[in-house]
Ligand binder design. Sequence first.
Ligand code: PMP
Length: 440
Amino acid sequence: MAKNKVDIEQLIEMDKKHFLHPTSAISDQQQFGPAFIFKKGKGIYLEDVNGKKLIDGMSSLWNVNVGHGRKKLAKAARKQMEKLAYSSCFATFSHEPAIYLAKKLAELTPHPLTATFFTSGGSEANETAYKLARHYWLLKGKPFKKKIISRKKSYHGVSIGATSATGLKEFRAFTKSLAPDFYFVNQFDTTALERFIEAEGPETIAAFISEPVQGAGGVHVAPENYFKEIREICTKYEILFITDEVITGFGRTGKWFGIEHYGVAPDMMCFAKGITSGYAQLGGVMISEELHHELIELSKGPLLHGYTYSGHPTACAVALKNIEMIEKEGLVKNARIRGEELLEGLNKLKKERKIVKAVRGLGLMAALDFKDEHKQKNVLFSPLVFKEAASRGLICRAVTLDGQDVIVLAPPLIINKKQIRKIVQILNDAIKAVENAHFH
Ligand code: PMP
């Protein structure tokens, strides 16, 4: 383990030589090395090998909901690993952690979602949802119902299907070779969606997928009636409605699941991240009771889809403990209250900082938008704010994809009022520094 400056320099060199970082600028890595090599975490804080402490204002990747260093989760993992670290769930094999977790999820989720297919993460969950949707229509004797409609600025993961459904165009341009039958409509335009369905023919469309709050695309919150209209359109044209709750699930928005804010029920729901607070790799898709019954009735052969780690016992045991902690510690309610405080703080900040043009959020997902709709500007402020904030001890994220200039935040759900104030203070100082450098 790195102890002194020499060790740290070696780590940096090894990182540059051997480690391809996900979603990273490969040339920057070679030039600058990793910005932080984290060593430990406690509560909302991360600490790097130099002993620098930072507020994890993104819950790392929107996932460390119960915060860092939670011994109860380590204990749950250890207990399960010692008893049964792994066994398969294929075909007729099963085990207790997966069964208990599937049952718990059925109790937690918006009412008609009753059965779960487990995966290792969010991309696999999305992949599974598209395949299940298409398989379902095949069983129903509608082989042409295979198109998936997604939304611009959405993010659904990086496997081929999930990339093909991702509306952030830079991700699709990465290989320019995508899976067929994926289409996009504007974010909140239900009229355009209906027109699109009519033009393509509903008999060719399997499903519509959307995040309840677009996360990686810049925290875009849907208008109040949006999902009600989506639900009506999907029902009218016999299209399955899939919500991708990979970020919004497990309390992030101030309700257990983001779609609950809109009072509608999806046919399928993808989840990952917050189900284990990142302490183990787990995701999945839940399907409605109606869909489940139909699959049971119509199925002829085996469900030929499954991952080695579908229902990993250790990950399921961690998830069960994590959900119990979210419940016992009242973290869903805390996310709602702290989220309101965060939004209030950011709105005050907006009045003081002239480069901030808009503030938005729901629960503990928030965004500061620097884009000026009226003026062309040739500087992207968000990467500069990111740097200034990090140097002051706050990790946030800059979103510059799809022509945007946004800082997003998603702190752990255990955060308190004082820590929220601290985040807003650091951001204000960081933005002020960027303004001073830019305007003087
Ligand atoms: N869907 C959404 C909404 C996400 O935000 C993400 C990850 N950020 C994914 C899917 C993909 O999940 P994973 O990275 O676990 O494959």
